[in-house]
Write a protein that binds this ligand. Sequence first.
Ligand code: DCP
Ligand code: MG
Length: 242
Amino acid sequence: AEKKGRVEFRDVTFKYPGAEAPVLSNISFTAEPGKTLAIIGSTGAGKTTLVSLLPRLYDVASGDVLLDGVPVTKMDASEITSRVSAVPQKPYLFSGTIEHNLRFGKPDATDDELWDALETAQAKGFVEEKSSGLNRRIAQGGTNVSGGQRQRLSIARALVTKPNVYLFDDSFSALDVATDARLRKALKAKTRDATVIIVAQRVSTIADADEILVLDNGRIVDRGTHDELLETSPTYQEIVES
Ligand code: DCP
Ligand code: MG
């Protein structure tokens, strides 16, 4: 069967409600199942806004966002949430156990599925280190765990749902470079059939992506692989050197 999860943005323009100027202009790209698309750009460039359009946190002003050829505006919310898992820039953990937090998107997941997701997200050791294990309490907002642990639990939660599309918005920034690399390697093995879209700050996080979009002031100013962009994109070179 054909792999599912093809994401296409067609000439998308977006304005926040009440704002004058668009935050995104003429955004066009395709992200394919089995591939990783990365988005990089300075703070305020519009990366979070861009990835929020697929799960319809906002709707576009003009253009189309399509999932397997169907505009997301024509899809049921429940279909989108079962097929697209977004790990937000600020992960939200709620008051409850680790298990409750992990089952959020898939209440009927088995314990094996939870542990498998934790292992991929490099969070298994952290959950095992207390005898309460999956029953360990998480405080509202995840304030009793570190930023890196919040990110990893949030990534594990997304893995549990086994979606067609993963959106990682700056999800690796609180991890040290070695953990970041291990996690992405494990992730790659587990998400082989899915479409992976990664927003990143660090070039090392996305250097092996199949395609990188360089976003600046709401526009895609350059695109290509890491090696291509090193040759062709002054904006990318600036990010590499920063
Ligand atoms: N913006 C807005 N209203 C919101 C969110 C953002 O007006 N509710 C504006 C602020 C920025 C622009 O939109 O000028 C783009 O914001 P993003 O959060 O999309 O930018 P990034 O994700 O690229 O920035 P960062 O790297 O800091 O996460
Ligand atoms: Mg952002």
